[in-house]
Design a protein around this ligand. Structure first.
Ligand code: DX5
Ligand code: ZN
Length: 219
């Protein structure tokens, strides 16, 4: 049996009660805490920045998985590492020199992630896949929580898993956007390793139980 890693996204948490919500995650079966950084340029929305990441890190006992939806991420990755990031994903579409971004992440000794938009073919990752620890495959258009899962994602997960095997890489596949109990099993089956879930966790009646239920979905 294979079970997913689960990374709840605090984008859907109550920002006025962040400490409470982070403590809930500490006491849950969550593996990582997913942190969505939006700059209002790469994506149409602004979320929060480095001080909030630092504040989360002061209370979190789980690794912080930072998803940078920002232009020129090379200007900020060091600050996010200092703010507690264990994994940092930069966007493929925001990085004309992606190989250099990956080297920078390796030099900082964080997990090196690449996030990729729904319209972007995964084939562009092949030549760097051995340098990528995590691909964050977007299953919605980045910028907002609570959007509808894009069905085409399953095919992309399968193709990406095939590429990882062909290239002898050990890259993890993370799915981000619209993940819930209805699609989690099929995503895992297609080759996903990590499931990000924002609204599905935080808007549920019992977030801790929802995380446990997601963790328990095995294939
Ligand atoms: C979207 C973010 C996601 C988001 C997921 O831009 O990258 O991480 O928080 O939220 P849900 O699970 O509500 O789609
Ligand atoms: Zn995200």
């Amino acid at each position: 049996m294979k079970y997913p890693m689960v990374a709840p996204s605090v984008l859907a948490a109550d920002f006025a009660n962040l400490q409470r919500d982070v403590e809930m995650l500490n006491g849950s079966d969550a593996d990582w805490i997913h942190i969505d950084i939006m700059d209002g340029v790469f994506v149409p929305n602004i979320s929060f920045g480095i001080p909030v990441c630092e504040a989360i890190n002061r209370h979190a006992t789980k690794p912080l998985d930072v998803h940078l939806m920002i232009v020129q991420p090379e200007r900020y990755v060091e600050a996010f590492k200092k703010a507690g990031a264990a994994c940092i994903s930069v966007h493929y579409e925001a990085c004309p020199h992606l190989h250099r971004n990956l080297q920078q992440l390796h030099d900082l000794e964080v997990m090196a992630g690449v996030a990729i938009n729904p319209h972007t073919p995964i084939e562009g990752l092949r030549d760097v896949i051995n340098d990528v620890d995590l691909v964050c495959l977007m299953s919605v258009n980045p910028g907002f929580g609570g959007q509808k899962f894009i069905e085409r994602t399953y095919e992309k997960v399968r193709a990406l898993r095939k590429m990882i095997v062909e290239e002898g890489a050990s890259t993890k596949i993370e799915i981000d956007g619209g993940v819930n109990a209805n699609n989690a099993k099929a995503l895992l089956d297609a080759g996903a390793d990590v499931l990000v879930a924002g609204s599905f966790v935080f808007k549920s009646e019992n977030p801790t139980q929802t995380i446990t239920d997601l963790k328990g979905i095995g294939v």
